[in-house]
Design a binder for this molecule. Sequence first.
Ligand code: NAD
Length: 240
Amino acid sequence: MRLQGKRAFITAAAQGIGRATAEAMIREGAIVTATDINADLLADLEGATTGRVDVLDRAALEAAIREADPEILVNCAGIVHAGTIQQATDDDFALAMNLNVRSQFVAIQAALPAMLARGAGSIVNIASVASTLMGVRNRFAYSTSKAAVIGLTKSVAMDFIATGIRCNCIAPGTVDSPSLHDRLRATGDYDQAMADFVARQPMGRIGSSPEIADLVVYLASDESRYMSGQCLTIDGGMSL
Ligand code: NAD
């Protein structure tokens, strides 16, 4: 088991990529603290310590991380704002930056002191292909925030490169998750929207959350010990 006995802290672990990551890490022997703003959805996650944590609440996020004392930190929380720059309000933009970027800044700040004291740690941030990697229609605030995740990741990796702490991020393409289905329904024509998403996938299908979780496990584990500051794209060829 690749994460035997390692303490892992995951945000937004109730569903989608975060949930699949929690389940994969449990299977790999990690001692998992799985958190989400929706504690009810965490109730059936077996083999982990679970708790409600709103990543927008600095004090709560810091306290939960200090208590869990993670050797692995997975920053998964993220929200999609649909629309171009013309449709984004100040509040939309602020929420995208606060939830998708500032939460990672806060979580890493909270986890770093203990990681530094141990001289070891692996941080995995969830970015997106919608960012510096490629332009995606109607994802202005989201793409801006996810590009910042890549910059944050490289900055943290560089500043702590010689300390034993690694920081990498993952850029998924379109992944099957509950919020994806919400976005498809919100278009008003679910079937057409799904067909459009699949059409932009050279592999002919969207990804699954467990496929992304496998990559999170790899980056969290010692198998990737010579890798830091990288953004790994996993998108079925969407950005090819
Ligand atoms: P999802 O969007 O279906 O679920 C998100 C989870 O985040 C939910 O459990 C929700 O309760 C939780 N959450 C929302 N606000 C929160 C808050 N303030 N504090 C704590 N938790 C909160 O899951 P997903 O689609 O797998 O997305 C997970 C991550 O992957 C996000 O960062 C997303 O941007 C990224 N991502 C997703 C896709 C995709 O196509 N699904 C593609 C690229 C990147």
